[in-house]
Design a protein around this ligand. Structure first.
Ligand SMILES: CC(C)(COP(=O)(O)OP(=O)(O)OC[C@H]1O[C@@H](n2cnc3c(N)ncnc32)[C@H](O)[C@@H]1OP(=O)(O)O)[C@@H](O)C(=O)NCCC(=O)NCCS
Length: 185
């Protein structure tokens, strides 16, 4: 079993955004953001998302972090603490030195490069602190915004994996991107 993922308690920031481990006080803002149908459409966030689902997600992420498998973070405004989105490791395989990222941004905060910035920050932290040499992003082929995030963050498109994962009972293709240690510019 891998050890706990130790992300700094104070979070990390580049001045524009901060990313930190979520707290139960984030739940109302997470629930509000996840009412936007674009989030459940493209992510594993359930269609019906209320406080119970958010609390369950936080508990699952805490357990996953302690097992060294998951890292769920919120993206916040470093000045006023407002929740802007979420970024995290949705799967970590320490044996293979490989992990996968997931993310969403609250509707009103989109189009300002926040997802790209958060992915780059988390990728840098991963290469500096975890035994991962390959970071992956899997987006559905029609999810143009997410694919642009991967490209703008410096990931390389490797192809479409057919029928790769199941979301909400439906098998889906995955446009697959990777970033290797040393490639972050
Ligand atoms: C994908 C998502 C996180 C992007 O967040 P964001 O902070 O707006 O992303 P950025 O501002 O970094 O923009 C990245 C690129 O996507 C483009 N983009 C944003 N929304 C778009 C849309 N609806 N259609 C096409 N391109 C879009 C931006 O123009 C930018 O590309 P550019 O550099 O060519 O201009 C956000 O749209 C979202 O939360 N979507 C729903 C959840 C989701 O899809 N998560 C990813 C699952 S794999």
């Amino acid at each position: 079993m891998a050890g706990e993922i130790e992300f700094p308690v104070e979070g990390i920031s580049d001045g524009e955004i901060a990313i930190r481990i979520h707290a139960s006080s984030d739940i109302p803002a997470i629930v509000a953001a996840c009412q936007d149908p674009e989030i459940p459409r493209w992510t594993r966030v359930p269609d019906h998302y209320e406080e119970t689902e958010a609390r369950g997600w936080l508990e699952q992420e805490s357990l996953g972090r302690s097992l060294g498998e998951l890292l769920g973070l919120v993206v916040v405004d470093p000045v006023d603490g407002r929740l802007l989105g979420s970024v995290g490791i949705v799967h970590l395989d320490p044996q293979e030195g490989r992990c996968e990222l997931g993310y969403w941004v609250a509707r009103e905060a989109r189009g300002r490069g926040l997802a790209t910035r958060a992915v780059r920050m988390l990728s840098a932290w991963i290469f500096d602190n975890l035994s991962a040499d390959r970071i992956e992003i899997h987006a559905e082929p029609d999810n143009t915004a997410s694919r642009r995030v991967a490209e703008r963050a410096g990931f390389t498109f490797e192809g479409v994996l057919r029928s790769y994962f199941v979301n909400k009972g439906v098998r889906r293709d995955a446009a697959t991107y990777s970033l290797l240690r040393g490639e972050l510019r």
